[in-house]
Design a protein around this ligand. Structure first.
Ligand code: ITT
Length: 196
């Protein structure tokens, strides 16, 4: 089994990677690696930040490293929060604070129904020995709900209704997110590359 280090400290992301990759890869993350410094996400695109995270970890450990940079783009907010999704309500903000800020900002625009169009984007960067081998992108279109609903997933899942569904990612069964999410789509491309 191929060992794959996911360059994240977000355990909810790691859980999704494990579910998505099944027993094809032995997955670990940075949660137990206090020796590896936190990457500074100074990029202005998901790709730049994914590459920064992948290189940061890959310079410290051998083997295959995969980094994920992801976030939510809301059309009525000019694409915000975008690459700033994790820190939308400020550095160290909780998921709930970020969601509340998003719903309040969207409320102020008066956007209703299809005018609440949004998408999750994910870029994965694959690296080995401090060199980026490839990047892979995935996206899922949807709309922002009027209020947060559901207990599953993480981050903005309770406010995101994916195209073709009536409930949020947090309400729908995990299998739906694992089949249709931005991360699932990017990872399908990465896995095809790794297993080719
Ligand atoms: P790492 O940098 O350690 O991977 P992070 O959570 O800070 O963890 P990002 O910088 O990529 O990750 O920020 C992504 C943010 O976008 C994340 O904190 C969520 O708020 C949101 N996000 C990304 N993917 C999501 C998903 O599948 N469901 C809900 N929200 C998501």
């Amino acid at each position: 089994m191929t060992a794959l280090l996911i360059a994240t400290r977000n355990g909810r992301k790691t859980r999704e990677f494990r579910e998505l990759l099944g027993d094809r890869f032995s997955v670990s993350d940075l949660s137990a690696r206090a020796d590896i410094p936190e990457a500074i996400e100074s990029g202005t695109t998901f790709e730049e930040n994914a590459v920064l995270k992948a290189l940061g970890a890959s310079r410290c450990v051998g083997g295959l490293v995969l980094a994920d940079d992801s976030g939510l783009e809301v059309d009525a907010l000019g694409g915000a929060p975008g690459v700033y999704s994790a820190r939308y309500a400020g550095e160290g903000a909780s998921d709930e604070e970020n969601r509340q800020k998003l719903l309040a900002a969207l409320e102020r625009t008066g956007a209703r129904g299809p005018a609440r169009a949004a998408r999750f984007r994910c870029v994965l960067a694959l690296a080995r020995e401090g060199v980026v081998l490839e990047t892979f992108a995935g996206a899922v279109e949807g709309v922002i709900a009027n209020r947060a609903k559901g207990e599953g997933g993480f981050g903005y899942d309770p406010v995101f209704i994916p195209e073709g569904h009536c409930g949020t990612f947090a309400e729908l069964p995990a299998e739906v997110k694992n089949r249709e999410s931005h991360r699932a789509r990017a990872l399908a491309r990465a896995a095809a590359h790794l297993l080719a």
